[in-house]
Design a protein around this ligand. Structure first.
Ligand code: FES
Length: 73
């Protein structure tokens, strides 16, 4: 039997998932802050952060990654 890790049994409060060739999906209780640490209001329970650099509404994804052919795992 292995010893329990610090997060064993913990219920995740949120998650960040990288979409293939697309944004980072932020779900649940994960704060988004700007470069000064100020909270950025999330308008939904799940939001998409741009990681291609082409969005006109950063930090949010506006779908531009498709038009530029962004590729990432
Ligand atoms: S990841 Fe969607 S616009 Fe950049």
């Amino acid at each position: 039997m292995s010893p329990a890790g610090p997060h064993e049994g913990a219920v995740p409060r949120g998650s960040i998932v990288a979409c293939p060739d697309g944004p980072l999906l932020v779900r649940g209780d994960v704060p988004v802050v700007d470069d000064r640490g100020n909270p950025v209001e999330k308008h939904r329970a799940t939001v998409a952060l741009c990681r291609c650099g082409a969005s006109a509404i950063k930090p949010w994804c506006d779908g531009s990654h498709k038009a530029i052919g962004f590729e990432a795992p």
